[in-house]
Design a protein around this ligand. Structure first.
Ligand code: MIG
Length: 822
């Protein structure tokens, strides 16, 4: 690594500094932090007084998580980050003076922060094994523009260090040599490479020589990162305002990406288990325009026996786009519509935008004004901007009173029977003053509130420049908390377009207005896996691409690629051709049905992953590098992903293909889900993939539950489970079951089955069945014997403790009942 080591190269540093100073206009108030003049123990950690007058505060959140804050005015705000799930914990640390020039802060685990005092503060972080994790660039000390409030800092990097995360970015898989801007933006029809996008999450996981670490920049202003683009020797980040406050996640002794993400989500929160139905197939369009049209779509799904759980009502269901109203002409009986949908096993999700039509005849507008919940301009007047309804006012979601007011509005649709909600336009996006004529405006930061608009900031009043990036997640919070209060027995199903670090506590996220192109299909994997490793587990992209109309082939391939992504919804724009799974002719309808059936077959597995995600912060959808950080070949694979630890998904992402190259990550062997054929880890293979086939592989040693196909999740209880054993290595898997709704599982109303494979066979630990889906069979994949690589063994009851696959012979496998020790 090119990281510096003592003795420090102060000459290089001074030249760097001179160069920096020389390049600045004389009047700029840019100031570097200076040398450490005094170290004082504070109740958070250690405070370092700096010669510039600034104050640095270094502390441990846990023994493996370091927090660094630097304030040019030597004043820190009390923690109020919207990102954090709660105030960060504190871990003990001991300060020692190494020599006159160096201090060292050490945690209980042996993680060390080495502080060089002169000529400029330089911070290096080492893991417990003494390996360098992160180091300030001595040539580019942290600098502040005291007048403007902006600042930046720089860290050394190695050419081979890769970066993942940063939320939702239409960028390549690894963000090395990329510049990224954190500014939530409504970017319809975004081109691949366009940045910023709908969701800024200033967190990344770095990967270098198989080891991970993470950094979270706790700042909601417009911030930026340059991950070695300007200069491959260093990465830099900074912000237009606020505090320099960041957390370095060392990854603990294991230095694994999983550990980094677990520590990051311990700080910013974890996505809660959604209701089971929210994992089913969902059908949307902008818009199903009448209640009869909606009923027609529902009927078609059931008649054609294409499984589906959810139908969406986009903005046209409203009366003149007034949120929480219904169009009396086109949706005259919404209550009856919802009853009929429920009878057919469907749930309904309606869209809710933040803009409240400024209309004296609209009770909700008047109520918000009376309650004083709307955003204000700098001069104190009500902030107004045009969106779908015309001129609107906007709740200030950084005010508890506004969130409470908004949350209560959900009572009416809940009473009618609406099951879930969809928060759109909450970057916030408003119509550009000149319409969509100028792309630089329609895709630019001007398409939002003025930077000097006022927010309450929950007791810390501030400008929109400060709170823009949290507006969307605070809207989702208002919705989520409202739903929790109104229906305490139900898990909210909420979808949001904008968000910030911590958005996972409130909502699922979709990647906005993508396009019906093959390029956009391929982009879904880097986008969704990077969102996943940014702490957001429930993610998806509009199937088929929102803008435009996909060919039959593109739609089918897209559905296939999305079938095993966490959130699965077909959605399209107001001018797209019809896009129901049957809209592309009978041959495609048959294949599309099979794809959705595969999703439903694997729902018990996917559901278990969500339950684990609530406990661990590990996302269901994972990039290969995340699970196999030591496998260099895996680090840039952007056209495959893992679903949990056990399934490898390799969709076809290009037109006209009937096969594709698949990489099998090192350290595990893999079985073809369909043929049972074995592939060794670290190898490539060309896999046949005609239109009807999704290349899917299961990790040898794992056991993956499946169910017989159902038409919707409401039928699952009647459908029995099969445990699919990927035969050939010791290993174990768990499966979680509960009621699929409500919070009983947090009080023990659940069970977790454990399936363990060893040379003897499959050992089963199946707790008593308190009304859950029954396990009816075990199926072994990957057997070498004739006549097939697959062997199905029916389980007479769940009391069976062990199943032996009877290797090498065709006789039935043997069962060992409960109570008989193997
Ligand atoms: O200005 O509600 O991304 O999913 O269909 C467009 C209409 C507003 C943007 C969302 C899209 C939705 C559409 N909305």
């Amino acid at each position: 690594m090119k990281f510096f080591k003592p003795p420090y190269r102060s000459a290089v540093c001074c030249i760097g500094l001179l160069f920096l100073l020389a390049s600045l206009p004389a009047a700029a108030a840019l100031r570097s932090v200076g040398a450490v003049v005094q170290a004082i123990k504070s109740n958070e950690g250690y405070d370092l007084r700096l010669s510039s007058g600034a104050l640095a505060r270094i502390s441990f959140v846990t023994p493996d998580v370091v927090r660094v804050r630097i304030s040019p005015k030597a004043r820190f705000e009390a923690d109020n980050s919207y990102a954090m799930a709660q105030a960060p914990s504190r871990a003990k640390a001991v300060m020692a003076t190494l020599n006159g020039a160096t201090l060292e802060l050490r945690s209980a685990s042996g993680t060390r922060v080495v502080i060089r005092k002169t000529p400029e503060l330089v911070i290096q972080i080492f893991d417990a094994a003494g390996r360098l994790v992160s180091a300030d660039d001595p040539a580019r000390p942290t600098t502040f523009d005291v007048e403007e409030g902006s600042f930046e800092t720089a860290k050394l990097r190695d050419d081979y260090e890769l970066y993942y995360g940063f939320g939702e970015k239409a960028l390549p898989l690894s963000r090395h040599q990329q510049q990224l801007v954190m500014w939530n933006s409504d970017v319809p029809d975004y081109a691949p490479g366009h940045d910023p996008s709908y969701q800024a999450i200033p967190f990344f996981i770095a990967l270098h020589e198989g080891r991970g670490h993470g950094l979270f920049f706790n700042n909601s202003w417009r911030s930026w990162f340059d991950m070695g683009k300007t200069d491959p020797q260093r990465y830099r980040f900074g912000s237009a305002g606020g505090e320099l406050d960041y957390f370095v996640f060392t990854g603990g002794p294991e230095r694994s990406p999983a550990r980094v993400l677990s520590d990051y989500t311990a700080l910013t929160g974890r996505g809660a288990l959604p209701p089971l139905w929210a994992l089913g197939y969902q059908q949307s369009r902008w818009s199903y325009k009448t209640q009869d049209e909606v009923l027609g779509v529902a009927r078609e799904f059931r008649q054609r026996r294409i499984p589906a759980d959810v139908l969406y009502l986009d903005i046209d269901h409203m009366d003149g786009f007034r949120v929480f109203t219904w169009n009396p002409q086109t949706f005259p009986q919404p209550g009856e519509l919802l009853i009929t949908l429920h009878q057919q096993g469907f749930r309904a999700v309606t869209i809710v935008d933040p803009g409240i039509k400024k209309d004296e005849g609209y009770a909700i507008y008047r109520s918000g004004r009376a309650a004083g919940v709307y955003m204000r301009n700098a001069d104190g007047s009500e902030l107004n901007a045009k969106v779908w309804p015309g001129v609107c006012a906007f709740p200030d979601f950084t005010s508890a009173a506004a969130r409470d007011w908004f949350g209560r509005l959900y009572e009416a649709p809940l009473d009618l029977g609406v099951d879930g909600f969809w928060n759109d336009m909450n970057e916030p996006g408003v119509f550009a003053p000149d319409g969509f004529a100028k792309p630089e405006i329609s895709l630019g930061p001007q398409k939002s509130f003025a930077l000097d608009a006022q927010h309450a900031g929950d007791g810390r009043p501030g400008s929109h420049a400060r709170y823009h990036n949290v507006y969307g997640m605070q809207m989702a919070r208002a919705s989520f908390e409202g739903l929790r209060r109104l229906r305490p027995q139900k898990r909210p199903m909420l979808l949001t377009r904008a968000g910030f670090a911590g958005v996972q506590r409130y909502a699922a996220v979709w990647t906005g207005d993508n396009s019906a192109t093959w390029t956009h299909l391929a982009l879904t994997i880097p986008m969704l896996t990077n969102l996943s490793v940014s702490g957001v587990p429930f993610v998806g992209a509009d199937v088929g691409g929102f803008m435009g109309s996909p060919s039959a082939e593109l739609y089918t391939r897209w559905l296939q690629a999305a079938a095993l992504t966490p959130y699965l919804r077909t959605h399209s724009s107001d001018v797209s051709a019809p896009r129901e799974p049957w809209a592309f002719g009978p041959e495609h309808e048959r294949i599309n049905r099979q794809i959705i059936e595969l999703r439903y077959r694997l729902l018990p597995y996917l559901y278990s992953l969500f339950e684990a995600s609530e406990r661990t912060g590990l996302p269901p959808m994972r990039p290969l590098w995340f699970a196999y950080p030591g496998d260099t070949q895996a680090s840039l694979v952007d056209d495959q992903f893992l679903l949990g630890a056990d399934l490898l998904v390799a969709p076809v992402l290009h037109e006209g293909r009937s096969e594709r190259l698949v990489y099998f990550p090192k350290g595990d062997a893999w079985l073809d889900w369909d043929s049972g054929q074995r592939h060794e880890g670290g190898s490539f293979a060309t896999i046949p993939a005609p239109l009807e086939r999704l290349p899917l592989f299961v990790r040898v040693g794992a056991t993956v539950p499946t169910q017989a196909p159902v038409q919707h999740t409401g039928e699952m209880l009647q459908s029995a489970l099969t445990l699919n054993v990927a035969w050939g290595a010791a290993g174990s898997s768990d499966m979680f079951q509960d009621a699929g709704e409500g919070y009983g599982y947090r009080q023990g109303a659940s069970r977790t089955l454990r399936m363990m494979q060893d040379a003897q066979g499959l050992r089963l630990d199946i707790p008593p069945n308190a009304g859950f889906q029954r396990v009816a069979a075990v199926e072994f994949l990957g057997l070498e014997s004739a006549p097939a690589r697959r062997l199905r063994v029916a389980l007479p009851d769940e009391g069976v403790k062990q199943v032996r696959p009877a290797l090498g012979q065709q006789r039935p496998a043997s069962l060992v009942p409960a109570g008989v020790s193997p």
